[in-house]
Ligand binder design. Structure first.
Ligand code: HEC
Length: 219
């Protein structure tokens, strides 16, 4: 049990520090097209892969739809054409193939919304003055407790609660104004045991990890 908790805390720690960088079109996708595609798809008509807007506006005639469907790699002709055995015509680049890494990068970029500029989802663990996770009260609890935190400005918060094994039990999001906020949590249908929670506060510009704590449900 001890080891499980430890490794789980480590997990939380790592995921919270991690800069979960999204794929950047200019830096990571366009160079693939420049190297492998634009020699044939650099023209004025048909599929054109010379820029973000050209790529997004390209229509695959054989598929009769745009080649990039944001959020849906499995439904995007662009992905179908670079994987083995496309629905129409031959695999791209014609006469060759991209590496698995390049294909998964393109898939990931589309899955993330096919944005031109990555939307930031970096969570900052170093807290400025005034941000604080104050723990939960009561603790141990049965079946209800209040998770309290303090922020110096209005935020949106995301509270995630996990079992000791790392399974997500509950996810609560809401708005909090400057000052102290108390989020009630009730575990009527959960078994006794240790739970972990992680709280993220989102301001206009940043996402802050307020902290990760553990709490104990005793029935
Ligand atoms: C040597 C020339 C050549 C290269 C390089 C090439 N293509 Fe193509 N591409 C073609 C031809 C010819 C077609 C039409 C025939 C077909 O679909 O097989 C085509 C068709 C396509 C289509 C489907 C268009 C439709 O009508 O539905 C997509 C999408 C596409 N290519 C993407 C790519 C991507 C992405 C790359 C780079 C990884 C690439 N192509 C590299 C020649 C090329």
């Amino acid at each position: 049990m001890r080891r499980l908790i430890l490794s789980f805390l480590l997990c939380l720690g790592i995921s919270s520090m991690n800069v979960m960088a999204q794929v950047d079109y200019e830096d990571e996708i366009q160079p693939i097209f420049n190297a492998s595609c634009t020699s044939c798809h650099g023209g004025q008509s048909g599929v054109t892969l010379t820029s973000y807007s050209a790529t997004m506006n390209s229509v695959g005639d054989q598929y009769d739809k745009k080649i990039v469907i944001p959020g849906e790699p499995n439904n995007s002709p662009l992905v179908d054409k670079i994987e083995p055995n496309p629905q129409f015509g031959s695999r791209m680049p014609q006469g060759g193939a991209l590496s698995d890494e390049q294909i998964s990068l393109i898939r990931q970029w589309i899955a993330e919304g096919a944005n031109e500029v990555p939307t930031s989802n970096e969570v900052i663990a170093e807290l400025p003055e005034g941000f604080e996770l104050k723990g939960n009260y009561p603790n141990p609890f049965n079946p209800s407790t209040n998770i309290r935190f303090q922020v110096p400005e209005a935020v949106t918060y995301q509270l995630k609660i996990y079992t000791a094994h790392g399974a997500l039990v509950e996810e609560i999001a809401g708005n909090a104004s400057a000052g102290e906020t108390s989020v009630p949590v009730s575990f009527r249908n959960q078994p006794s045991g240790i739970y972990f929670y992680q709280l993220v506060a989102i301001t206009a510009n940043e996402r802050y990890l307020l902290g990760s704590e553990k709490m104990t449900l005793v029935k």
